[in-house]
Structure formats: structure tokens, C-alpha cells
Design a protein around this ligand. Structure first.
Ligand SMILES: Nc1nc2c(c(=O)[nH]1)N[C@@H](CN(C=O)c1ccc(C(=O)N[C@@H](CCC(=O)O)C(=O)O)cc1)CN2
Ligand code: GAR
Length: 225
């Protein structure tokens, strides 16, 4: 029995690239699949496709080009100021390619999520789809986690698994993972919005009774050869 939707929380989505994760969140909000609304979209990259997607969706969007700031701390402070101005409840990193510092994290304690295109703790950092392919793993996937002071080390909320095929390229594997990212990120954000996430040390407990519905399928079986 799903719970009635609570008052929507306000999201601040940070993106540096094309914004397909942002688009999946935009679409999920429009379909009332997330108990949230996007208050603003911020990017560090003036050329980010995410800014164009935000504009098309009629969303508040701003670029704070990190290259215009004298240091990482000043950039972080400016981002925090904009997020607080827009009264953001949850910061959603959606392909945001800057490491946020302690002051940013202190401003939003346990209220910053990130999506990573690997099954953490395997393959943190960048270019991880290629790293997984080169390593020879049989399964890959993606992870939604809380952001903490480390990089890709925060408590894990949801993961999805995809098979790695013998003829996979970095592009084909990235595309397969991205499809799952677009499914699990809206789901994870909605769990947070409904107060269904409880952090206990490294572990995150999902209170199913507060979720909107059943957990989506998270393990993609190997494709027929
Ligand atoms: N404190 C944290 N900040 C961020 C996290 C995190 O877990 N903790 N996740 C990242 C997203 N991410 C991987 O999922 C990631 C993004 C960027 C980098 C990185 O090395 N960035 C470089 C600049 C790279 C560039 O501009 O092309 C840097 O910031 O110096 C590592 C991991 C978001 N932030
Ligand atoms: N380490 C962070 C990282 O690699 N993030 C990845 O950047 C891509 C952004 O795509 P998008 O702009 O189309 O959402 C996504 O695959 C996301 O997991």
C-alpha cells in the first residue's frame, strides 16, 4: 500500500555535461514519480547540455564557471549561496564533475546525493566504464550514494547491475549503465523525499512502508547470446 505523497521537497540539481540524468529527473517530477520539484539547476560548465535541457523545461538555471573563481573554496561557497538562495532541501549531483569540499558538505549534511557509473566501492573516480571493461569484470552497473568528505565513498542507497558483453565497447557499456542510472536516480530521490532513508554508519536502510511503490528491478540478466 503506497503512502500519500508528502509535501514536495526542493531539489538543486548540479550537472556538468549533457544532462540525461537531469532529464530523467525532470521527466519523473513531471510525471509525479518523485515527491519533489526542481528549484534550480546549476552547472560549472557554460557549455553544459544540462543548462539547455533546464531552459527547455522552464527551470531556473545558472552557470557558475569554476574557472572564474580563484580557488575551490570560493567556488564551493558561491554554489552553496545559490542553493541556499533557492531554498534547496536536497542537492542532487547529476554528472557534476567537481569534487565538493567540506564547507559544501557541512552546508547540506546528509543532503547531497551522487550517481556514479560503477558498482562502488569498485572503480571510484573518472572514466570508470573503461576501467571496468579493461579490468574484465562480468558485471558492471551504477550506484546512488550520499556524498561525504571522500570521493565516491558515501553510504550507498541503491545500485543497479548490468552484464558486460564480450563485444562491449566503452560506449556500449556506458549506454547500458546510463539506462539504469535513469531508473535508479529518480527512485532514490523519491525515497529521500518521502523520508524512507535511514543512515546507520555506512549502511542505508530503506523503510519500504514509506516508499511510493515496489523497488524497481535492479539486476539486468545477461542478454541472450
Ligand atoms: N566530496 C565529493 N564530491 C563529489 C563526489 C563525492 O563523492 N564526494 N562525487 C563526484 C562525482 N564524481 C564521481 O562520481 C567525480 C567527479 C569529479 C571527480 C574529479 O576528479 N574532478 C576533478 C576535475 C575533473 C574535471 O574538471 O574534469 C576535480 O574536482 O578536481 C571525481 C569524481 C562529484 N563531487
Ligand atoms: N564520477 C561522476 C560521473 O562519472 N558521473 C557520470 O557522468 C554521466 C553524466 O551523464 P549525463 O550528463 O547525461 O547525466 C553519468 O553517467 C554519471 O554517472
Amino acid at each position: 500500500m503506497s503512502q500519500p505523497a508528502p509535501q514536495p521537497i526542493r531539489l538543486g540539481v548540479l550537472a556538468s555535461g549533457g544532462g540525461t540524468n537531469l532529464q530523467s529527473i525532470i521527466d519523473a517530477c513531471a510525471a509525479n514519480q518523485i515527491a519533489a520539484r526542481i528549484a534550480c539547476v546549476l552547472s560549472n560548465n557554460p557549455d553544459a547540455g544540462a543548462l539547455q535541457r533546464a531552459a527547455r523545461a522552464g527551470l531556473v538555471h545558472e552557470c557558475l564557471d569554476h574557472r572564474q573563481f580563484s580557488c575551490r573554496q570560493d567556488f564551493d561557497a558561491a554554489m552553496v549561496a545559490r542553493l541556499q538562495h533557492h531554498q534547496v532541501d536536497l542537492v542532487v549531483l547529476a554528472g557534476f564533475m567537481r569534487i565538493v569540499g567540506p564547507a559544501f558538505i557541512e552546508a547540506f549534511p546528509q543532503r547531497i546525493l551522487n550517481i556514479h557509473p560503477a558498482l562502488l566501492p569498485a572503480f571510484p573516480g573518472l572514466h570508470v566504464q573503461k576501467k571496468a571493461l579493461d579490468y574484465g569484470v562480468r558485471f558492471a552497473g551504477c550506484t546512488v550514494h550520499f556524498v561525504d568528505g571522500g570521493v565516491d565513498t558515501g553510504p550507498i542507497i541503491v545500485q543497479a547491475v548490468v552484464p558486460v558483453l564480450d563485444n562491449d565497447t566503452e560506449e556500449s557499456l556506458s549506454a547500458r549503465i546510463l539506462e539504469q542510472e535513469h531508473r535508479i536516480y529518480p527512485y532514490a530521490i523519491d525515497l529521500f523525499a518521502r523520508g524512507a532513508l535511514e543512515i546507520a554508519g555506512r549502511r542505508v536502510r530503506i523503510r519500504a512502508e514509506l516508499a511510493a511503490g515496489p523497488q524497481p528491478t535492479l539486476i539486468q540478466p545477461p542478454l541472450p547470446r
